[in-house]
Write a protein that binds this ligand. Sequence first.
Ligand code: ATP
Ligand code: MG
Length: 415
Amino acid sequence: MQKVRKVKGTKDLFGNEILNHNFIKNQFQKVCKSFNFKQIATPILEHCEVFTKSLGLSSDIVSKEMYNFVDQGDDNLVLRPEGTAAIARAVITNALEQENNKLFYHGPMFRREKPQAGRLRQFHQVGVEYIGSKNFLNDLEIILLAEKFLDSLGIRNKLVLQINSLGNSISRNAYNLALNKFLQKNINFLSDTSKERLSKNPLRILDSKEPKDQELIKESPDITKHLDEESRVFFENLINGLEKLQINFKINRFLVRGLDYYNHTAFEYITTEEKSQNTVLAGGRYDGLIRSLGGGELTGVGWAAGIERIVMKLERSIKCDSKKICFFSTNQNLDIEVLKIIKNTKFKNSIKINVINSGSLKKKFAKANKIGAYGCIIIGESEWESKKVIWKNFTTGKQELVNIDNIEEFFNKYF
Ligand code: ATP
Ligand code: MG
């Protein structure tokens, strides 16, 4: 019989890969909590309009990447393609529209894209939203949070922070007009997709990945020259703040986020190596979003990062779970002593114990490695006679003898 297959662009997570995902999520949660952000989890299913009304009909996500379907009750539903609009919906639904609501989330997102390395149809994001007040200090705070998060993963120095301003809606409209005029004049140099986009949303052409478009984009009018006083001051304050905090960045006037709801700040942490999958973390300000979904005049700023893309940047992928310890003996007669040690020891710090009690010694080691143990405690005959056990650390390969009376102390010190 033909074997069943997994869906294209999706992945089963297990072994080291899921350990990497968990490591990233743990670091993320720690940093978010230290900034007093609160967790929110919204459903994977949303009404289609949550995204059509917010992201804009001409965005890549809505126009070609959304998994939408009509259910048995005739509801038009989608598997959420991103987190921000869903959280804005949740803020409205649950009357969370107070100022300074600091939220973080993680979970799977769905987009029907062409699968490649770092581009999946079901992928995972971590993200933050700072909803409430229109203050450049909020933008600065979530960038600082991103800095700490990327630093905690040891990957900040592999990324460049690029930043731009789209200005307020007045500036954005003025720029759109100027850009439209320029692109209309040069329409023959545009790719077919961009020609189509020109009438709907010229700004999005700056986001194009087509080499043909990129040549022309270099010559396009400068967005920073179209910022009005309010927008210019907002951007200057942010830039000065970044300088004062000694956060490295580069202004990239071509950086526009692909979604309609952004204004003022837009930023991305990108790698220099790869081409189209080079954005690891991206975000910006979205002052009109909550209003576009029928809520109040509530501003916000946030970012999201792709877990799969972060994994690609980690120096050394996590090979083991640092709390998982195996216990076994070299001789069947000593198996009961293994259990006695476990009975008499108070293990702290969420140590996960795995007793291995079958197979040859070689098989026991192999099993401990296979389950991703950090190390193992071995009761060997000769060592046991002198009331000692062996501790072997799989990550460093080192081993040492531990007195059985000191096992508790050893674990408390070591973990
Ligand atoms: P790209 O330009 O690479 O398509 P995007 O602008 O569509 O990215 P966002 O909607 O801003 O991406 O999502 C934030 C982050 O989520 C991205 O920077 C990336 O790290 C990750 N991401 C987006 N789409 C995918 C995908 N299909 N597979 C894996 N990660 C993704
Ligand atoms: Mg995309």
